[in-house]
Design a protein around this ligand. Structure first.
Ligand code: ADP
Ligand code: MG
Length: 680
């Protein structure tokens, strides 16, 4: 019996693998997906147990009945077991007398057939149809169907046949015959019976409910087997053809009501897929019948509480065979006598409206929800069903009702994941290159410090050497040999001074005198200072619209001549040299490209280091790019290189890209920023 506050079906979160199968198969749409987890909503659940049946992960747990039944059995009151008429479907390979014996062995005072209650219910239906020829009714033998109507078609509650289910009828029979303090436990194939037992919470008519699955567990716990018990008959009153109830259309047969499809008076509809549609159609009048008999499990022999995996037809045969045998055995007139014993028994049932319908989204809301899932055009609505809803629009409605999440849309989620993957890849690459740039900058900064220290120490002694060498030249008179030696000393000392000044430049220990200058003119000036060999084709292209920038013109000429000279030296057999200018985000950009040998990958990290050269002794000093780097940084600009030295990867060549600010950061265009401390 469903204790107040307890929920019939819950999800075992650790087992739920988010396959949405339960969402798909829930006729009441009572399963909500929250953060990827399926959650049964108690108020919306009709107890059909479909989600329990379809979940391959066995992630749905059903409210336990065993503990409470054991408490009842241990109590003082007599406890009667009432066995649902579908029991031969569960125990088809055991003699039914033995099954009754096994139930008895659990400690029940008596064991009865719910089918006798079904006999009475069938007769009540017969009377209902005869007495109210103008009314339309929905049969109420299936508690899941009743709950569905109460929650989702409250307007049809008046159409629910006001007759109790066979379970309640049987409980009333037994209380009438055996006393009102009798305790009754229903054993059957149905989960929804656990809810039904609690409908009348103040005066419960059924005290406990066990599914066949639970019954088998109790047998196992107590070591009860068919062989270990004495076969016995059911306790009276015995049933007639009410035992056919669990087979679809069985109720109609038991009630002597023929399903007359021609007159459309009575229609029987079974199965999860059909009962909701049938009720809908009954409501609209599209299905205009006097009695709609509908069960939600293709007959109770397919209930979720059935343990047996035997094929459906075998279960059906087992039930009808049992009924045939029973009726054959019965003494003529005995059944009528039993029915007479309970004449006038109240079989009336009331229903309550429990409206759980949720509002539909407006067309605007619908559009918004769909577009959140990337569905803006009709062709975006794939209706693939992967989310558990038949169409994208049904899914959108469920999102609106708070039952579903956008992430359940598989095609969209895959798309987003792919997108994120690409973004992640991009930002990873950016991060890696930024890291490398940082390492290089740090290395160059510490080199700068070292070079500046050395240069400073060497500068003074060099000055002294030069001074004394020049003094000695003056004093040498006509001593030609001495003069030549002293010339050599001066020449080499001058060369040292040049290197030292280059190092100081790299270390940014010198100053830049910034003044607005036209980059075009600086480029022209630089190119004039260099002789471009005939084998090299020079092209200059100015795309910049803003060409005046605060620069130290002399130093920038040095930068450009260094780059152009390197480019020419990289093309000993000739090639193309191109200078391209443009503007980007407050900067002027100068690119110097050549079609030369390119720079090998392992050298790329080192080219800005002072004294790094790949050229022959005497040809390269390894200072050009170091000085260039220092000057660009003193301008608060940036220098980058792109190069390919591998002909297998395409045309070889190198491009140096320099960007310089068009405006002085935080000052007037002409203020010399070289005086401010500069970062590495
Ligand atoms: P140097 O020219 O005296 O060797 P640099 O500092 O100007 O010193 O250049 C350092 C090294 O960078 C060169 O030796 C060369 O290996 C490489 N390099 C610079 N520019 C280019 C270029 N345009 N093409 C190929 N290699 C280059
Ligand atoms: Mg050079």
């Amino acid at each position: 019996m469903l204790r107040s506050g307890a929920q019939l079906i819950t999800t075992i979160k650790e087992r739920c693998r988010t396959c949405y199968t339960c969402v798909r198969d829930c006729p009441a749409k009572a399963i909500r997906i929250v953060r990827g987890q399926a959650e049964v909503i108690g108020e919306r659940c009709i107890g059909c147990g479909n989600c329990v049946r379809v979940c391959r992960q066995q992630a749905k747990s059903v409210l336990d009945g065993i503990v409470h039944v054991r408490e009842l059995l241990a109590g003082k009151a007599k406890v009667a077991a009432i066995l649902a008429p579908s029991f031969p479907a569960e125990y088809h390979d055991t003699d039914w007398h033995q099954v009754v014996g096994m139930v008895r062995k659990l400690g029940f005072h008596s064991v009865h057939e719910v089918a006798f209650g079904a006999d009475l219910v069938a007769r009540a239906y017969r009377r209902l149809l005869d007495n109210y020829p103008d009314r339309r009714h929905i049969a109420t033998t299936c508690p899941a169907v009743v709950t569905y109507v109460e929650k989702y078609h409250p307007e049809l509650v008046p159409n629910l046949a006001p007759i109790v289910s066979p379970m309640i009828a049987e409980a009333r029979v037994l209380r009438r015959l055996l006393g009102s303090d009798l305790r009754v436990v229903f054993i059957g194939p149905c989960l929804a019976k656990k809810s039904e037992a609690g409908w009348n919470a103040e005066h419960p008519e059924v005290d406990g409910v066990l599914t066949f699955i639970e019954l088998n567990r109790m047998f196992a716990e107590d070591g009860i087997t068919a062989e270990s018990v004495a076969p016995t008959d059911f306790d009276p009153p015995h049933a007639g053809i009410g035992a056919l109830f669990p087979i679809s259309h069985g109720m109609l047969q038991a009630a002597g009501i023929s399903e007359d499809l021609l007159s459309n008076d009575v229609v029987a509809v079974d199965g999860t897929n059909h009962f909701t549609q049938a009720i809908e159609a009954f409501g609209t009048g599209a299905l205009d019948v006097r009695l709609l008999e509908t069960l939600c499990c293709n007959g109770c022999i397919n209930g979720s509480g059935i343990d047996s995996r035997t094929p459906e037809f075998k279960r059906r045969v087992a039930v009808s065979q049992f009924v045939r045998e029973r009726i054959h055995e019965q003494e003529p007139g005995q059944w009528q006598k039993w029915v007479g014993d309970v004449a006038g028994l109240d079989l009336h049932q009331e229903y309550t409206i429990d409206d759980q319908r949720l509002g539909m989204p407006s067309p605007q809301e619908m559009r918004e929800i769909l577009s959140r899932m990337g569905k803006t055009e009709p062709e975006d609505e794939l209706d693939c069903g992967a989310c558990g809803y038949a169409t994208c629009r049904e899914h959108a409605v469920a999102i609106h009702k708070g039952l579903a999440e956008s992430e359940m849309c598989l095609p969209w989620t895959i798309d987003r994941l792919n997108h994120s993957l690409v973004e992640l890849h991009d930002s990873n690459a950016k991060l890696a290159s930024a890291r490398q740039a940082l390492i290089n900058a740090e290395k160059l900064a510490s080199m700068g410090q070292l070079s500046a220290g050395i240069a400073h120490e060497i500068n003074n002694p060099l000055g002294v050497i030069l001074l004394y060498a020049k003094m000695m030249q003056e004093e040498a008179g006509d001593d030609q040999e001495k003069i030549e030696d002293l010339c050599m000393i001066v020449e080499q000392a001058e060369r040292c001074k040049k290197i030292v000044s280059g190092l100081l430049n790299f270390a940014r220990k010198s100053k830049v005198n910034l003044a607005p200058a036209d980059i075009r003119e600086i480029i022209d000036h630089s190119l004039k200072a260099i002789q471009v060999p005939a084998s090299v084709t020079l092209a200059v292209e100015h795309q910049m619209t803003e060409s005046v920038a605060p620069v130290d013109a002399d130093q920038l000429v040095q930068v450009l001549t260094n780059l152009v000279r390197n480019a020419i030296e990289a093309m000993p057999d000739g090639g193309n040299l191109k200078l391209l200018t443009d503007n980007a985000e407050g900067m002027v950009r100068i690119q110097v490209s050549d079609s030369g040998t390119g720079i090998e990958q392992q050298h790329l990290q080192k080219i800005f280091e002072p004294l790094f050269t790949t050229k022959k002794l005497g040809e390269g000093t390894g200072l050009g790019l170091a000085v260039t780097y220092g000057i660009v940084k003193m301008h608060r600009g940036n220098i980058e290189v792109k190069s390919n030295a591998d002909p297998a990867k395409g045309a070889t060549g190198t491009t140096f890209i320099i960007t310089l600010p068009l405006r002085n950061p935080g000052g007037t265009d002409s203020s010399p920023i070289g005086r401010r401390p500069t970062g590495a």
